[in-house]
Design a protein around this ligand. Structure first.
Ligand SMILES: [Zn+2]
Length: 226
């Protein structure tokens, strides 16, 4: 799932647990992606590119047992819960961190090709909806998910437009007929993980900013119409 949509999921969690700091939720929904970036840069997990890269369908997440398997996600989520609920003594925040970390693998299974292992190293079939094999379809589903979250959040029009614009930043990855920066990875596949790292940070900051913008507008409206 696109970094923007993972980040928007943090806003949905914030709606149901307003006391949990947004930064905690934003980090939790992208934690396993951050782990993926680090493990790819260090060569522990592996991504392979086709000789020509036109879309996400040409990017193969060949080996990611520690960041993106179901069992390791549960382990990361349990560690997150342990840290926040038991060590920092914030049980409610800990629960939201657990849900946030797990939300990532759920959304990825809903969009990825079959590249997610349930339990790694057992040779079991890998899972994924297969949508990223037909990236244009994936884009439609991602936009629907964005709109669904926006509806749940009862967001204003500015938030919806901003979310759509943010999605468009990666449009060429979803539409093979459009050429963008994805061709860069044909020659420099090692840049893919760092670029995703930047995309994650950009998505978290942008969505965090949108949240605060929305809060400020609501505050101004209640001040005008008490
Ligand atoms: Zn992911």
């Amino acid at each position: 799932m696109n970094a923007i949509n993972h980040a928007v999921t943090a806003l949905v969690l914030k709606k149901y647990s307003p006391a949990t700091p947004l930064i905690t939720l934003l980090i939790s929904v992208q934690l396993i992606e951050i782990v993926w970036v680090i493990l790819n840069i260090t060569g522990i997990e592996v991504t392979i590119m086709d000789p020509e890269v036109h879309s996400l369908a040409n990017v193969h997440l060949a080996h990611m047992p520690f960041s993106h398997s179901v069992i390791f996600t549960l382990l990361w989520a349990a560690l997150g819960w342990l840290l926040v609920a038991k060590i920092f003594r914030r049980p409610q925040w800990g629960l939201m961190v657990f849900i946030g970390i797990c939300s990532h693998i759920v959304l990825d299974i809903a969009t990825h090709v079959q590249d997610i292992e349930f339990i790694p190293f057992l040779g079991w079939p890998e899972i994924g909806s297969g949508l990223y094999g037909v990236p244009v379809m994936a884009l439609v589903v991602e936009i629907i998910y964005s709109v669904f979250c926006w509806k749940l959040l009862r967001g204003q029009l500015l938030m919806l437009i901003s979310l759509m614009v943010l999605q468009l930043f990666s449009l060429t990855f979803y539409v093979p007929q459009l050429t963008g920066m994805e061709t860069l990875f044909e020659e420099w596949p090692q840049l893919f993980a760092p670029v995703i790292g930047v995309h994650i940070i950009f998505g978290l900051v942008a969505v965090g900013f949108l949240y605060h913008l929305e809060q400020r507008k609501r505050q101004q409206m209640t001040e005008v119409c008490p």
